[in-house]
Design a protein around this ligand. Structure first.
Ligand code: URA
Length: 436
């Protein structure tokens, strides 16, 4: 580092504003290790307490992007548009959305995360498909993108490496919930993919990363403004995460739901959120002039089986067993499948998503620590959703577990997360806001 780190940190502690050079200096100190752990913790806490201007956040984002390789894909003529979700329970949208918009002429170079905590990760879901590889070398990633219109890659140290150390330190220093730090963390990684535009799916509700709607809206504004300042075409939807998305929770079970959805038999909420985000992506890619036209294009491609073909092509290119498309049982099955039976009749008055996400993690389907090994087969498949009528003895859900004891423990918690009462409640709208 050129500047004295303690002086830079004190400047922010006292409410000052960093210059572009000072921010670049801090980020290079993060990457080359000259900024020690104590200093990095203090730097992050100073930002968390005193914030950063939009300009500082943009400079931090760009410096983090430039801390590693920045992809370009000059061989791909299509508009390069990606989607990023802040994460939720049952959120398997990326698996459907990427082939959907690729079928419509976009290129999606998607670097996704692994699951941590109660929300799952796209890379773990894809890992449930036998043979599917997400550890592609960057030239192969570009090749897959060129061939089928989308490519899926696990994060590595190559793109925005500054974020790795910063995120790990945020996690242990109480500084995760800072809007400028979240903004720069997300956008630096996305900018390094070499995209022209990004659609953000900002989740709000009990299982969201930022549960309060006011916080989620602040994040949405920050992401759109900073993304635009960094040169991206941006749009964002605020979507409901007060209940799970779809019925399947758990990696292989979610892939199975995606396979059903590809054939037009998936749950309505999954289809609606996927289409809404797809419309925004086509608009950013200038493939369609208005939302109605974009939706018609996507619905037709989906109905005509083109999306399924693109999905199949991607499986071939990334080593996945294409037979799962016609034989989903090839995804495998947990040793024990236990129904969760209703103890009374009435209506389902809640489907509490955070508990359900935690249940999947405790069954072995997610991670408590970054290095934990995930069991792809375990999870929960809902049979009822909010407002559904239910009779005593009917199945509310099925628990898929590795053994009888964990199945029984999970079933109790699932039953408690799905109380039955007299009232017939309805889910709020899936899309709660939009910014473009
Ligand atoms: N996702 C990220 O990649 N970074 C954050 O800071 C929060 C969510």
């Amino acid at each position: 580092m050129q500047s004295h780190p303690a002086r830079l940190i004190a400047l922010k502690r006292d409410g000052g504003e960093w210059t572009q050079e000072q921010i670049r200096d801090l980020v290079s100190g993060v990457v080359d290790g000259s900024l020690g752990d104590a200093q990095l913790g203090a730097f992050l806490m100073a930002v968390c307490c005193n914030g950063m201007t939009r300009d500082e956040t943009t400079q931090l984002t760009l410096a983090m992007r430039d801390s590693g390789q920045v992809l370009a894909h000059p061989q791909v003529a299509r508009p390069k548009i990606d989607k990023h979700s802040t994460g939720g329970v049952g959120d398997k949208v990326s698996l459907l959305l990427a082939p959907l918009v690729a079928a419509a002429g976009l290129a999606v170079p998607m670097v996704s995360g692994r699951g941590l905590g109660h929300t799952g990760g796209t890379i773990d879901k894809l890992g449930a498909i036998p043979g599917y590889r997400t550890d592609l070398a960057l030239p192969e990633f570009g090749h897959v993108l060129e061939q089928c219109g989308y490519a899926m890659l696990a994060p590595s140290g190559a793109l925005a490496p500054a974020d790795r150390r910063m995120y790990a330190t945020r996690d242990v220093s109480g500084t995760v919930e800072s809007i400028p730090l979240i903004t720069s963390s997300i956008l630096a990684k996305k900018l390094a993919e070499g995209i022209d535009g990004l659609v953000m799916d900002i989740k709000t509700g009990r299982a969201a990363f930022l549960p309060r709607e006011a916080d989620a809206r602040l994040l949405m504004e920050s992401l759109v403004a900073v993304g635009q300042a960094a040169g991206l075409r941006m749009a964002a939807l605020l979507t409901d995460m007060d209940h799970p998305l779809g019925l399947a929770l758990g990696n292989a079970l979610e892939v199975q739901e995606v396979l059903l959805a590809l054939d037009g038999h998936g749950p309505d909420d999954l289809r609606e959120v996927t289409l809404a985000l797809g419309v925004e992506m086509l608009l950013l890619g200038r493939v369609a002039e208005d939302a109605g036209t974009a939706r018609n294009i996507l619905e037709r491609l989906w109905r005509d089986g083109v999306v399924r073909q693109v999905f199949r092509h991607n499986l071939e290119l990334q080593g996945g067993d294409v037979r799962v498309l016609d034989e989903p049982d090839r995804l495998g099955r947990a040793a024990v499948v236990l129904p969760v039976l209703a103890k009374t009749s009435g209506h389902v008055v809640d489907v509490e998503p955070r508990t359900l996400g935690e249940v999947v993690v405790d069954l072995g389907g997610g991670r408590r620590q970054p290095g934990d090994v995930v069991d792809p087969h375990v999870g929960v498949v809902l049979q009822k959703v909010l407002g559904d009528a239910v009779q005593t003895g009917e199945a509310l859900a099925f628990v898929h577990a590795a053994d009888a004891a964990s199945a029984a423990a999970a079933a109790e918690r699932v039953a408690a997360a799905m109380p039955i009462g007299a009232e017939r409640r309805r889910r709020r709208p899936l899309v709660l806001g939009r910014l473009a």
